[in-house]
Write a new protein. Structure first.
Length: 284
């Protein structure tokens, strides 16, 4: 780790941390507290994916739908209108909508071949966005004079790395430049997240082997996209937990989600990270 002790972290003029874990457990909450304090550069992996690496795919998909409307098609052909997404840190809907859900097109689903293609695009984009982290640390310092840096990852980071491989390219790049910090949920959090997802199913990224197994058992051309997404999300929560745990054990530290929820300012966040470093050092 780049900080050996809590004191090293607290005294460092260039504090740099990467938060990871399931979406909804506090990663972005902590990152925003740091950013709002001033002097911290907030690097959102999902925002980077949606703008730098998936932006053209998203825009082309929107144009494809617009071309089905004669009025819009004529305006697009004459370059009279512009169609694009307006992704922000707080609204990643264009990326989520593009990723979609597999299943019956009549119910809003995507054919499985197209869905797999978009999944592969997302995986490549996520890896690239994560590998861009060191460059953005330099950019934050050179352009904005920010020495402190927080990387706010997507929930699927554990799907695109191998936490047991000491040579994993992504984890090596992150660990050399930041402190990796898992926001760990418990069984109560898991049930809360499942219930929240059940009310409003959203597109997700799956490792190919998980997607293939789920599709073989529950998929098909007439599959209900939302029903499949609910099954998939439940499977992902169970599958991701040990991968997050291995990332923390082999590459970083852990903050409990229940503690992250109590943070109200930058002092609280840096204290939580310091405490996590101390606990990791005592276990070593």
């Amino acid at each position: 780790m780049i900080y050996d002790t809590p004191e090293d972290w607290l005294a460092a003029p260039d504090q740099r941390v990467t938060f990871f874990g399931m979406s909804g457990l506090g990663k972005t909450h902590l990152a925003q507290l740091l950013r709002d304090a001033g002097g911290w550069f907030h690097y959102s992996i999902d925002y980077r994916i949606g703008t730098a690496y998936m932006g053209e795919h998203i825009a082309d998909n929107l144009k494809r739908h617009a071309m089905q409307v004669p009025l819009l098609a004529d305006l697009l052909r004459s370059d009279s209108i512009y169609i694009g997404s307006n992704i922000t840190f707080g609204n990643l809907a264009p990326l989520s909508t593009y990723l979609g859900k597999p299943g019956d097109p009549a119910k809003g689903g995507l054919p499985i071949a197209e869905y797999r293609r978009r999944q592969a695009l997302h995986r490549r984009a996520e890896v690239n966005a994560l590998l861009d982290t060191p460059a953005f640390i330099d950019r934050a310092r050179e352009l904005y004079d920010y020495d402190r840096f927080v990387c706010d990852t997507g929930g699927s980071i554990c799907e695109v790395v191998d936490p047991t491989d000491p040579r994993d390219e992504v984890l090596t790049a992150l660990a050399r430049s930041t402190l990796l910090c898992w926001i760990e949920g418990d069984e109560t959090h898991a049930e809360t997240l499942k219930a929240r997802f059940d009310r409003a199913p959203k597109p997700m990224y799956y490792r190919p082997e998980i997607l293939d197994a789920l599709w073989t058992e529950h998929g098909g051309d007439d599959a209900d996209p939302d029903a499949f997404a609910r099954l998939g999300y439940s499977a992902l929560i169970d599958a991701r937990q040990p991968r997050y745990a291995a990332m923390a054990a082999n590459w970083g530290v852990t903050i409990r989600a229940v503690d992250a929820a109590t943070a109200r300012d930058v002092t609280d966040v840096t204290a939580l990270v310091a405490d996590a470093i101390g606990k990791a050092a005592r276990r070593a």
